[in-house]
Design a protein around this ligand. Structure first.
Ligand code: HEM
Length: 486
């Protein structure tokens, strides 16, 4: 190596001098960097590597909880990035469009077009949101409920009855993931994927490719990742090419009233324009990604946590049995949506096992901002880590304990807790599908607990790991079940 430089007439001394100047520059840059005054480990003044290793090792949510325990509610994660957990700072960062989404969101632009989740431009977001939000209105939810029950919940029950007969272990997580993907496929992709019947169709690989590529773009580099991880890139491209049903649907005489149709019919009131085929494809992909694993993980974790806390399971089953006294009685959302303990249980699962586990980066506006008495200059990135926020002991007492009762206290106390309860994020970029998620989570959980008694298969590793959401370390949640008779 050295001889190569020497052959160009560059001496070893000159090289060492250049390396020394470069190292000194990096040290000075780190020590005087924009966030040098923010508390955090010394190495984060120079590099964000430790954080990225945490992302790659799926431990990042817990690593950052530990950093906040040591350094307080505001912590530096890298030379230009930080994390906050106090509700006041969160409110400042999330409640307006001033803090734009970070560069990372470019990765969630599909088919060459932005969607309502990926765009960083507040104006484009407002336009797309006005067009897309009606898809998730209360009226739309009433139309969607029968589809959720027939194509999702009922078929999941049939699947569990068949595959879990005679005490055979079944993977509850996989069942729930296939169910939610079938539901969102039916209402956004133009027809169910029938995953609960055939188990494997290309869509699961495509979605895997898309989410993995998203993580690789975060850890490596948004432009280089598709070149390095060619398999994931190919799966993403295949997905986009498969979305040919948009044109077929446009020609249909009596189209069904589903999300796909609502996207096709969406019109920008100000300009009279509709979404292009590519923009519809981009929205379909983002809805499949955002609207399947999130709900599936929440229902699965709820059953796992209830089995690990039998007194909570007993109380919930009693509440459900009182609301639905007969096994044959049809379960509808209207009958169960106000059940107090059911809502407390799901709220607590969303706190302890958030299905959105990666950071949501937001860029500080040019004028800068004061967070927690510290001035943060414009251009710095606030990584909102909702899993970490909801595990900070300053926000929740006994944060690692599963305690639905905390949501049943006096309303002032619950309102205070709600300030740091952000599983769906908050402000103008709050989750658009949360009404649908609540319907699906409530009807699925109640149906499963009314029909079956579950037990965890012993010896499995159910430690939470942060992939896109918090998932069990083994990637499965194995259960056995028996049918309830009364
Ligand atoms: C338990 C279930 C769910 C959870 C915990 C959840 C969580 C979230 C979070 C944290 C965000 C903010 C992401 C960010 O700022 O980068 C988000 C955004 C979004 N979610 Fe959900 N989600 C759930 C279910 C769904 C469902 C079922 C759908 C649709 C079918 C959906 C559609 C969306 C969309 C479109 C956005 C982008 C909103 C915007 O930027 O304006 N989500 N979700």
């Amino acid at each position: 190596m050295w001889s190569l430089f020497e052959s160009y007439g560059i001496s070893t001394e000159a090289l060492l001098a250049v390396a020394g100047v470069f190292a000194a520059y990096q040290v000075v840059k780190g020590l005087t960097g924009p966030l040098a005054h923010v508390p955090g480990p010394w190495h984060t003044k120079f590099t964000r590597l430790a954080h990225l290793i945490g992302v790659a090792r799926a431990s990042v949510w817990w690593d950052v909880v530990e950093l906040h325990r040591i350094y307080g509610p505001i912590v530096r994660l890298g030379p230009n990035s930080l994390s906050v957990t106090d509700p006041k700072s969160l409110d400042i960062v999330l409640s307006t469009h001033d803090f734009r989404k970070g560069e990372l969101y470019q990765s969630f632009r599909f088919a060459g077009e932005h969607n309502v989740a990926s765009t960083r431009d507040p104006e484009l977001h407002k336009t797309l949101k006005k067009m897309v939000a009606p898809v998730f209105s209360t009226v739309s939810m009433q139309n969607l409920e029968p589809l959720i029950l027939e194509l999702g919940v009922q078929r999941a029950v049939n699947y569990l009855e068949k595959n879990g007969a005679n005490g055979a272990p079944v993977d509850l997580l996989k069942t729930m993931m296939h169910m939610t993907l079938d539901v969102i496929g039916a209402i956004a992709f133009g027809g169910p994927f029938n995953l609960l019947d055939v188990e494997s169709v290309p869509v699961t690989e495509w979605l895997h490719g898309i989410t993995m590529l998203g993580i690789c773009r975060l850890v490596f580099d948004a432009t280089l990742a598709p070149l390095i991880f060619r398999k994931f890139h190919r799966e993403e491209r295949e997905f986009v090419q498969a979305i040919d049903m948009i044109e077929k649907r446009r020609k249909m005489l009596n189209p069904p009233k589903d999300i796909l149709q609502a996207l096709i019919e969406a019109v920008d009131e100000d300009t009279g324009t509709s979404l292009s085929t590519e923009a519809i494809a981009s929205h379909i992909i983002v809805l499949l990604v955002a609207g399947s694993d999130t709900t599936a993980l929440t229902v699965t974790w709820t059953i796992v946590l209830l089995l690990q806390n039998p007194h909570c399971m007993k109380r919930l089953v009693e509440e459900i049995d009182e609301a639905i006294p007969s096994l044959d009685e049809p379960i509808t959302h209207a009958k169960i949506q106000s059940l107090m303990y059911l809502n407390a249980v799901l709220t607590e699962t969303l706190r302890l096992r958030s299905p959105a586990a990666l950071e949501l980066p937001r860029v500080v506006p040019p004028k800068g901002v004061t967070l927690n008495n510290l001035f943060i200059p414009g251009g710095a990135e606030v990584n909102v880590m909702i899993t970490t926020i909801m595990q900070d002991e300053r926000n929740f007492e006994r944060p690692t304990e599963y305690d639905p009762e905390r949501w049943l206290g006096p309303s002032e106390q619950v309102n205070e807790l709600k300030r740091a309860w952000v599983p769906f994020s908050a402000g103008p970029r709050v989750c658009l599908g949360r009404a649908m998620a609540w319907v699906e989570m409530r009807v699925t959980l109640v149906t499963l607990l009314r029909k079956f008694e579950f037990a965890l298969v012993p010896g499995q590793d159910l430690t939470p790991k942060s992939r896109l959401g918090l998932e069990p370390a083994s990637g499965k949640a194995m259960v056995t079940l028996s049918k309830r008779t009364a």
